[in-house]
Design a binder for this molecule. Structure first.
Ligand code: FES
Length: 278
């Protein structure tokens, strides 16, 4: 197994002060964090940080805010074990350890000048929000923008106010669907794949950006390929079984790729033959 050599900065744990928290759903909690000394995180959309609590552990967490937001960054942490349970008990003015940012994010310079179709299912909105807000904050650098969101129920929609803001923009084509509606829901009902055939796009200049639960990728990619978007222009973010986050432990390995170092963002062309990837 290949192992990567860590640089000093990759080992360095910085102090992150929690500025604000918000319980988003029963399982998901939002954190706004500032690094000590006012240092910017300097991440790219799609990258992640290692978040630690001394004596408890460390876990990779996607950065949800755009790098255009300066002075602090945002995470959404799902309660799924001991460390995330401890993190959920933290509030404003508590501190956590932060290493990173790590991984290959979305290639924003390649995306510039092109049309984009974002497809986010469930928690996929958390890392994709970083890129969506980056694009919105630099709107003139990009062509047509389509945002397609899907989640189980209206209550599961994260960042509801922000999503509503995207839906009202005249320079963004927005669609949203839920698997199960409630009586107040006015939008689409059905799988996120059902939104793709209705999108009009120019495949030669369109990049598809897909983030969501593992089951979603295959069917969304089939629909994007039906639209004739080239395989190299379909980007996915795979965050699988990460532990060390820096290419040392092998936990995130998909054949010859390490999700943490070679990804988490890959093109479909890179991973299409790796059956365990999608
Ligand atoms: S090699 Fe350890 S998480 Fe990727």
């Amino acid at each position: 197994m290949k192992t990567a050599k860590l640089t000093d900065s990759e080992y360095l744990i910085k102090t992150g002060k929690i500025l604000r928290t918000k319980q988003m759903t029963k399982q998901e909690k939002y954190f706004e964090i500032a690094l000590a000394g006012g240092e910017n995180l300097n991440h790219e959309p799609g990258q992640f940080v290692m978040v630690s609590v001394p004596g408890v552990g460390e876990a990779p967490i996607s950065v949800s805010s755009s790098p255009t937001k300066k002075g602090s960054f945002e995470l959404v942490i799902r309660k799924a074990g001991k460390l995330t349970g401890v993190l959920h008990n933290l509030e404003a003015s508590d501190t956590v350890g932060i290493r990173g940012p790590f991984g290959k994010g979305f290639p924003t310079q390649i995306l510039e000048g092109n049309d984009l179709i974002f497809v986010a299912g469930g928690l996929g909105i958390v890392p994709l929000r970083s890129l969506i807000n980056f694009v919105i904050d630099n709107r003139r650098d990009f062509g047509e923008v389509h945002i397609l969101l899907g989640c189980k129920t209206p209550q599961d929609m994260l960042f509801g106010d922000e999503v509503e803001g995207w839906s009202k923009r005249t320079d963004v084509n927005f669609s949203c669907t839920v698997d199960r509606a409630d009586p107040d829901w006015k939008g689409n009902i059905g799988l996120i794949t059902s939104l793709i055939p209705g999108v009009t796009l120019d495949p030669a200049r369109t990049f598809g950006v897909v983030v969501g639960p593992p089951i979603m990728y295959k069917f969304v990619i089939i629909e994007l390929l039906k639209k004739n978007i080239p395989e190299r222009q379909i980007l996915v973010s795979l965050e699988r079984n990460m532990k060390c986050g820096v290419g040392k432990c092998g936990h995130c390995q998909i054949q010859n790729y390490y999700c943490c170092k070679d990804g988490p963002v890959f093109t479909y062309e890179q991973i299409k033959y790796k059956k365990e990837a999608i």
